[in-house]
Design a protein around this ligand. Structure first.
Ligand code: F6R
Length: 611
């Protein structure tokens, strides 16, 4: 949440910052600001609303400087307004700060700083940092930031500039993501790699408790106490086009359409042609550990939690290990019991979700082995885990998660096959067969993408388009699909939607069924198909509007449904990967037909780095 970008070099910092902020807009978009140091003064432009507003303002008041910092905000403390938008300043407007995170002791700091003469302009926690740096500033910005941060509790990634130090930018991190990009005679700071991918591939991943002084010709990193730190310069190999829409009207649609390739990428290097086994060396677990495993606990949030639920069905069935799936924000505040030989699997696209990060810290303290399923390489959760399965989905920029979800389920499928074989639950022949089913998934997704006419037609139908509310039902492997389908619809179209296990329908939700309620029923061929059809008939008997997701060739389902979205025949345990696609497309088209901004839905941000 919140995106920060900074630049020091010879080019115009404002162009680079704005291009970076546009690529980070998925992190927050309620207001924005840029501050630059030029000719001995500190100048700033801020605006409320999306970044296009900033673009317009900058056209009217162009800024030009080789040093600056910028921010796109997702409000935590104080409403979105110009005065609350970053950068924030000290009394004399000499020091400017951008921040991502939450300063937990900001009230105490604020009171104390006020007594010392600090004049607060905003309601934000961030402004305390600007005044604190001022308090300790004696000509050396790096020293002042290190000292100020010793007083701060909470999470932060910050960028700081001072008009008296026009050759220095200082950045620091504790809990919120921060990278430093290194160029030729120039350097960058950013919350995430896509912001600077256009300019450099050489990146330092700043770690918790580290502060970096960045100059045009070099940098140094120390901890808050002044001990030097050496970090390896990493080369990022993402394709820059990954951060562009490439002709699609929205990132979300691009990412939905990328899924055949994404699944191939998730499989790449893990299953070789003709092989009957899975390789996941980055998991850093031994065969013995897998054999001794007594329990798996999956912790995650939102869509990633739904992927974890599918993971439970797979792991329990094919590896015969008991699995619990926990919402990370609940797990972290319980006193969870962690028996020996428990593996905790956080699932996360960003690798920065605050609750998931804290949940794994709790689990580690209690002795669990933590192996994460993560998309963003080098992210906090990847680094704090004992081992990782990278989903290899590429940057996901649309706020609603699509390709990350299907790649997370694919990662669970891979782990299931490996674990099942290692524990002797699956034979090599069964493993080989499951791998073949996984390899078939990209073509099945492509089939859905090639047959979008029906979903597009339905999305324009007033009975769906103008619905106040919708129910999603599924069973077994596709119970999580119902939850995920409902989440997709509600978050981007603002239609209230609930997902339920279809067997639960009679225990309450059936009371909602009327001739105005769309009920999306996942009724693909599988063990619970007949039960689903019975549920559908019960809904029809009460005049509910049934939109079925069914298997190609199932003509009978038309008799019970108002409309049907087909997927090709699919191995049931992996069917949630394919079922996700028509549900994503349905949510996407309904939302765009309702005029909603699907890439930047109301109140949401991509990376939830605060609780
Ligand atoms: C929904 C969505 C969120 C995320 C959740 C976890 O479309 O994107 O529910 O899935 O915030 O985020 P990560 O996976 O980054 O931990």
């Amino acid at each position: 949440m919140c995106g920060i970008v900074g630049y020091i070099g010879k080019k115009n910092a404002v162009d680079i910052i704005m291009s970076g902020l546009h690529r980070l807009e998925y992190r927050g978009y309620d207001s924005a600001g840029v501050a630059v140091i030029r000719n001995g003064s500190l100048d700033c432009v801020k605006s409320v609303g999306k970044l296009v507003k900033m673009d317009e303002k900058l056209k009217q008041n162009p800024l030009d400087s080789p040093l600056g910092i910028g921010h796109t905000r997702w409000a935590t403390h104080g409403v979105p307004s110009e005065v609350n938008s970053h950068p924030h300043f000290d009394n004399d407007m000499e020091i400017a700060v951008v921040h991502n995170g939450i300063i937990e002791n900001y009230q105490e700091l604020r009171e104390e700083l006020k007594k010392g003469g600090a004049n607060f302009r905003s309601q934000t926690d961030t402004e305390t940092i600007a005044h604190l740096v001022r308090k300790y500033y004696q000509g050396d910005l790096f020293a002042a930031v290190k000292r100020a941060l010793q007083d701060v509790e909470g999470a932060y990634a910050i960028g700081v500039v001072c008009k008296k130090n026009p050759d220095v930018m200082v950045a620091a991190r504790h809990g919120s993501p921060l990278i430093v990009g290194l160029g030729d005679g120039e350097a960058f700071i950013a919350s995430d790699v896509p912001a600077i991918m256009k300019y450099t591939r050489k990146v330092l991943y700043i770690d918790n408790g580290q502060v970096c002084e960045i100059r045009r010709d070099g940098y140094k990193i120390e901890d808050l106490k002044g001990n030097p730190v050496t970090l390896e310069v990493k080369t990022v190999d993402w394709d820059d086009s990954a951060a562009e829409k490439e002709g699609y009207p929205h990132f979300m649609l691009k990412e939905i359409n990328q899924q055949p390739d994404v699944i191939k990428n998730t499989l790449r290097g893990r299953v070789t042609e003709g092989s009957d086994t899975v390789q996941l060396p980055d998991m850093q677990v031994t065969e013995q550990e897998l054999k001794d495993l007594k329990k798996i606990v999956i912790v995650s949030c939102g869509t990633a939690w739904h992927a974890g639920l599918v993971g439970k069905y797979l792991l329990e069935k094919f590896a015969q290990v008991p699995v619990e799936v926990d919402i990370a924000s609940e797990y972290r505040y319980r006193d969870p019991i962690v028996y020996p030989n428990t593996m905790v699997i956080p699932v996360t696209q960003s690798g920065e979700t605050a609750d998931t990060l804290e949940a794994i810290r709790v689990a580690k303290k209690k002795g669990a082995k933590v192996v994460s399923i993560v998309n963003v390489v080098g992210s906090s959760i990847a680094r704090e885990s004992h081992g990782v399965i990278y989903t290899q989905a590429g940057p996901e920029i649309g706020v609603a998660s699509t390709k990350a979800y299907t790649s997370q389920i694919t990662a669970f499928a891979l782990f299931t096959i490996w674990l099942g074989e290692t524990r002797g639950v699956l034979s090599k022949a069964q493993g080989r067969e499951m791998i073949a089913h996984l390899r078939a998934i990209p073509d099945k997704i492509q089939w859905v993408l090639d047959h979008q006419e029906e979903v597009i037609r339905c999305s324009k139908d007033p009975k769906y388009l103008n619905a106040q509310s919708a129910l999603y039902l599924g069973r077994s492997y596709n119970f999580p699909s119902a939850l995920e389908g409902a989440l997709k619809l509600k978050e981007i179209s603002y239609i209230h939607a609930e997902g339920y296990g279809a067997g639960e329908m009679k225990h309450g939700p059936i009371a909602l069924v009327t001739d105005e309620l769309p009920v999306v029923c996942v009724a693909t061929k599988g063990d619970t198909y007949d039960k689903m059809v019975s549920n559908i008939q019960e809904i029809r008997a009460r005049s509910g509007i049934v939109l079925s997701v069914a298997t190609e060739g199932d003509e009978a389902i038309k008799n019970h449904s108002a409309d049907v979205l087909y997927i090709p025949e699919c191995y049931e345990p992996f069917s949630p990967i394919v079922v996700a696609v028509p549900l994503q497309l349905f949510a996407y088209y309904v939302a765009t037909n309702r005029g909603c901004d699907v890439d930047q839905p109301r109140n949401l941000a991509k990376s939830v780095t605060v609780e």
